[in-house]
Design a protein around this ligand. Structure first.
Ligand code: NOJ
Length: 673
């Protein structure tokens, strides 16, 4: 592994020179100096305007973010309203690090950085730092308040960081109060936005795309974006029920605020800035972390055929679990999720999760026997811990439950927090909830348990530090295609998600419903063709990915050949085609072989694509096995019509694909020996 880090700090001589030539008095608007990305295309300029810190971002010499002020309101007053620059330190980094799992094996972390140390000129005289990292794919920055005399407990009431866009743009967003982020992203001009969640993805021009989000959310309130005026946005942190945003001790370090910058929509998907801004892996041993594909005793409940709680149609019985385990073992699945295995579902759990027991199974589910049977078949049971949002109650059983699961050979747990409020009081994006989620991840790591977290706070790349945090929901997923009164997820939903929620990390969307043979709400079902449903296994990245359907529906399906061979861990990812809300093609190389897999999807419009296969290894020959919409396929009238055919290809080939309305294509490129 190549590793090179260069840190260059300004010496005393350069600091003296900085003050000599560019004295920053609090009464003038002056630049404290700019820093550019390694490729020289992205530039950040930071300065003081009458003592107030501001920053500017330029891309290829064009102003993208105009003067944007950074101000913080603490219980004891504004911080930094009148500041002077004390010091400036530059550094740079160029290193390559390896991920235990991901969309690539290695990630390059390459940036130029600058840290400004400021001091208030008024009576309090507090010191604070603002640090910028400028990458080829965007800009990250954060503020820190070091421990100092006169500061003992910091209570942040408001973070006001502006993102003052130089011009209007189209933004895809969901409202701030969208429950669990399970909304449909809608496009609108930035100038009419209200308060929205991040990632907030924007198209400024055909060759400039931006997305605002945060990285490394730790013991803090989560970031949202609100409209200030015109095209000026600013941060809005999720509050505690009492109104404060963040309680800190005598020092504070914010998560990274970041602006991803892409020259095209596909660039956004290949940005790894969020991961680079997170801390390196905190675990000494990651050998027990295993990406994989699983099935679940799950869709039957959402189809309203089974129940979570014990009764005549109980889903998680010993017998049913064994059937799922047999199916998993015969079809290359690594795990079986069993929802409704434990006591508590019989209560009014959506309003009060405190009767859930995470150690005790229902009498018709023999936990020890199911785990023993799974092990015999080379499959793992995936545990399910729905909490109904009763986080404090869950914490009382966390250690003993994870210890039990580990002893029985389970290595993954799906957690859930179905309740608008955690413990009846606090929002999922609040510092309170952020602390709880972190506790679960760390406890799970100690017991060698991977986490698939539902109803989370919006992810921020913590999987770099805790690679047992595999995947999360925080997305309007497949379940809405069972029971949503407004109909299934719109067909363009999945050609918007990768560019919005997807930028925050793996999504547990659970593609793979192949038969629409149920009716909970008339007309509600996946708005896709079968070929698109297959393609989503590649397009919607998740290192643990569930095939959502009931196993009976998989019995006679030719598409299963694609799903069950499709890996969930990749060594390389490329994006040959991308237009937000219209279409997307993603190709990924398997970590364990030289084979590539591609998913191509479209929204409501039929589409022809000609995909250059220049990502394949030059000189090698491949058999492309193509699962694509049949000529008469249409997601509305003929969703199942699919053709399977083969072509011999190499890196000079161009692959023509014809996608039906709401359609797709899934391709295996098997390298020939
Ligand atoms: C909502 C989750 O998203 C879903 O996957 C789960 O089945 C239910 N909660 C019950 O926990």
């Amino acid at each position: 592994m190549q590793k090179k880090i260069i840190i260059t700090s300004l010496g005393l001589a350069s600091l003296i020179a900085l003050f000599a030539y560019n004295p920053l008095h609090s009464c003038v608007k002056a630049s404290a100096g700019e820093v550019v990305s390694p490729n020289g295309r992205n530039m950040v300029d930071v300065g003081l305007d009458n003592g107030k810190p501001f920053y500017i971002i330029e891309v290829d010499g064009r102003r993208v973010i105009d003067s944007s002020y950074i101000s913080l309101r603490f219980r004891d007053g504004m911080l930094g309203a009148n500041s002077e620059l004390l010091a400036k330190e530059t550094s740079s980094c160029d290193e390559i690090w390896e991920q235990p799992w991901g969309e690539e094996t290695t990630v390059r972390n390459n940036y130029n950085a600058v840290r400004y140390s400021f001091r208030e000129t008024d009576s309090l005289g507090r010191r604070f730092d603002v640090e910028f990292r400028v990458f080829d794919d965007g800009v990250g920055f954060r503020y820190c308040i070091p421990a100092q005399s006169g500061v003992d407990s910091l209570v942040l009431l408001d973070e006001n960081i502006q993102f003052n866009l130089a011009e209007d743009a189209v933004a895809w967003s969901i409202p701030y109060d969208t429950e669990y982020y399970e909304g449909i992203y809608k496009p609108s001009p930035v100038s009419v936005l209200d308060t929205v969640c991040t990632p907030l993805t924007m198209k400024v021009t055909d060759s400039l795309y931006l997305s605002i989000h945060e990285a490394a959310l730790t013991d803090y309130a989560s970031l949202n974006i609100t409209h200030e005026r015109g095209t000026c946005l600013r941060s809005y942190l999720t509050p505690w029920s009492t109104g404060e945003k963040v309680f800190a001790g005598d020092s504070l370090k914010s998560p990274w605020r970041m602006v991803i910058i892409g020259r095209n929509a596909g660039d956004l998907l290949l940005s790894r800035m969020m991961l680079n801004l997170n801390e390196p892996c905190a675990l000494d041993d990651t050998s027990w972390i295993e990406p994989g594909r699983y099935i679940g005793i799950w869709w039957g409940m959402h189809r309203r055929e089974n129940t979570w709680d014990m009764g005549p149609n109980h889903g998680a019985t010993t017998e049913n679990a064994k059937r799922y385990i047999d199916f998993a073992a015969a079809n290359n699945y690594s795990g079986v999720l069993a929802e409704g295995w434990n006591k508590g579902w019989e209560c009014d759990w959506i309003n009060d999760g405190s009767c859930f027991d995470f150690l005790e199974s229902y009498p018709d589910f023999d936990l020890e026997e199911v785990c023993r049977y799974a092990a015999e078949k080379g499959v793992r049971l995936i545990g399910h811990n729905e909490t109904g949002g009763a986080a404090a109650h869950y914490e009382t059983q966390l250690d003993s439950a994870f210890a039990l699961y580990n002893r029985l050979g389970m290595n993954a747990v799906k957690t859930g927090y179905v309740n608008r409020l955690m413990d009846g009081r606090e929002l999922h994006g609040s510092q309170y909830a952020v602390r709880h989620y972190r506790k679960v991840i760390e406890t799970a790591a100690r017991h060698h348990i991977m986490i698939d977290n539902h109803e989370p706070v919006m992810p921020t790349g913590l999987q770099r530090t805790y690679p047992n945090l595999m995947t999360q929901e925080g997305v309007r997923g497949q379940e809405y295609n069972a029971w949503c009164p407004e109909g299934g997820n719109p067909t363009e939903h999945t050609v918007i998600l990768p560019f919005t929620r997807g930028l925050a990390g793996p999504m547990d969307y659970t593609p793979g419903v192949l038969k629409y043979n149920y009716e909970v709400v008339p007309g509600t079902r996946p708005m896709h063709t079968t070929a698109k449903e297959l393609a989503l296994a590649v397009v919607l990245y998740s290192p643990l990915q569930m095939s959502a359907d009931i196993i009976e529906n998989y019995a006679d399906q030719p598409g299963m050949e694609f799903i069950t061979s499709c890996p969930t861990n990749w060594s390389k990812t490329v994006v040959p085609e991308a237009k937000i809300g219209e279409y997307l093609a993603i190709a990924r190389r398997d970590r364990k072989s030289d084979n590539w897999y591609m998913g191509a999807v479209t929204g409501v419009n039929a589409r022809k694509m000609n995909i250059p296969l220049d990502f394949l290894e030059s000189g090698a020959r491949y058999t492309a096995r193509i699962f694509c919409d049949a000529e008469n396929a249409d997601y509305r009238t003929n969703p199942y019509a699919m053709d399977i055919h083969e072509l011999e290809v190499d890196s000079r080939s161009v692959l023509p694909l014809t996608l039906a309305p709401g359609g797709g294509a899934a391709v295996i490129f098997a390298r020939k020996k």
